[in-house]
Design a protein around this ligand. Structure first.
Ligand SMILES: Nc1ncnc2c1ncn2[C@@H]1O[C@H](COP(=O)(O)OP(=O)(O)O)[C@@H](O)[C@H]1O
Ligand SMILES: [Mg+2]
Length: 364
């Protein structure tokens, strides 16, 4: 019999989407073919501590959505430098069996932003999704939008400000450049945390203050009026795009509350109702965006559709939600790739990428 592939699922993490990540990981674990894979569950608690073993496994089998370092379970650490096993007790090099591939199911900073990817790269383990660069670019709305703008991909007009750079941000000047309403966002975050839609100077001041709570860099964007369309991308060198879907929210915008608090906050329409020519255009733009932003494996590209014709890229998500009702897997299902086949494919792509990178020389 062929040896089973040991797949570590990394879930939880320090971000606002901790709970979503746990649900995503649980669905992924449930969908994986147990004849092919042996699953190693690694939970990361809200403090960033790694929890491996029974505790984490039990959690995935339960309805609980919070990873906690409990008495009896030990914090673990990755050993950088290609050591085998790559994960060990913090205190001693306990013989934990080697992992063949890691599936990081972490959203936001400390998971989706290249940090975990860097750690896994140092540990010399294949992993699902974008590498260090693509992950970091995808997390930073400023860098992401500059690269897209440079490639002539339509994005909202924007301005960027660093904390402590000068004497405050002048509302009148920003309004002249971008109009109102405006969107104020932390450059590096997700889940709509720290994002405000503002119409006047008073709201503007409060929004800036709030965004700077989450990042030292903020981005201010013109408001794009239009539909919100999302498209899933899958692949390494030759990525493919799914049918697009639509998010319809009953809130002022697709805010944190609309995403996670209000159960009826948003509705997914899959596939989105669009003429075929527009579907093709969105798919082509999704693939181009994926490539320009140095992504690998998977990503969800989010768009605005203005006036039924202008397709504008809003952002890329390199580790999209993976619950059974999440847009990323739903769009693949609607495109003919069922959930568990999608997981197989993502693992294959991770191994493929790792093999290709392993063949590279790092010195003369
Ligand atoms: N420039 C914009 N114009 C109109 N709506 C926007 C704009 N930027 C963001 N939004 C709204 O805010 C939501 C969250 O913004 P987004 O940039 O996607 O951040 P996040 O990474 O937190 O999801 C979007 O889904 C959309 O509803
Ligand atoms: Mg978004």
């Amino acid at each position: 019999m062929k040896k089973k592939l040991r797949v570590a699922i990394l879930f939880g993490g320090r971000s606002a989407e901790h709970e979503i990540s746990v649900i995503s990981a649980r669905n992924i674990a449930a969908a994986m073919d147990k004849n092919k894979y042996e699953i190693v569950s690694i939970g990361i608690d809200k403090h960033g501590r790694w929890v491996l073993d029974e505790g984490a496994r039990r959690l995935l089998g339960s309805r609980q959505t919070r990873v906690k370092l409990q008495r009896g379970s030990e914090a673990r650490a990755v050993i950088p430098g290609g050591a085998q096993p790559p994960v060990a007790r913090v205190s001693a090099r306990a013989p934990l069996a080697g992992v063949d591939v890691v599936f990081p199911v972490l959203h936001g900073p400390f998971g989706e932003d290249g940090t975990v990817q860097g750690l896994l790269k140092l540990a010399n383990v294949p992993f699902v999704g974008a590498g260090v660069l693509g992950s970091a670019i995808g997390m930073d709305k400023d860098v992401m939008k500059r690269l897209l703008r440079d490639a002539k991909i339509p994005v909202a007009k924007f301005s960027v400000f660093e904390r402590g750079s000068g004497d405050g941000i002048d509302f009148a000047a920003v309004k002249r450049a971008l109009g109102v309403p405006l969107f104020v966002k932390p450059a590096n975050l997700g889940s709509s945390v720290g994002i405000s839609k503002v119409r006047n100077e008073k709201q503007f001041g409060a929004a800036i203050k709030d965004a700077f709570v989450y990042d030292t860099k903020i981005i201010i964007e013109e408001n794009i009026r239009g539909r919100e369309i999302e498209c899933s991308v899958l692949g390494n060198q030759t990525p493919i795009a799914s049918v697009p879907g639509e998010i319809i929210t009953r809130h002022d915008f697709y805010s944190y509350d609309a995403k996670y608090i209000d159960e009826k906050g948003a509705r997914l329409v899959i596939p989105a109702e669009l003429p075929p020519a527009l579907v093709r255009k969105i798919q082509q733009l999704a693939i181009k965006t994926f490539q320009i932003l140095c992504c690998q494996g998977m990503a969800r590209v989010d768009f605005f559709l203005r006036d039924h014709r202008d397709v504008i890229v809003n952002e890329i998500n390199t580790i999209p939600g993976f619950t059974k009702i999440s847009m990323y897997p739903k769009l693949w299902e609607a495109s003919g790739i069922p959930y568990s086949n999608l997981i197989d494919r993502l693992i294959e792509l991770a191994l493929e990428k790792f093999r290709a990178e392993s063949r590279l020389r790092t010195s003369k």
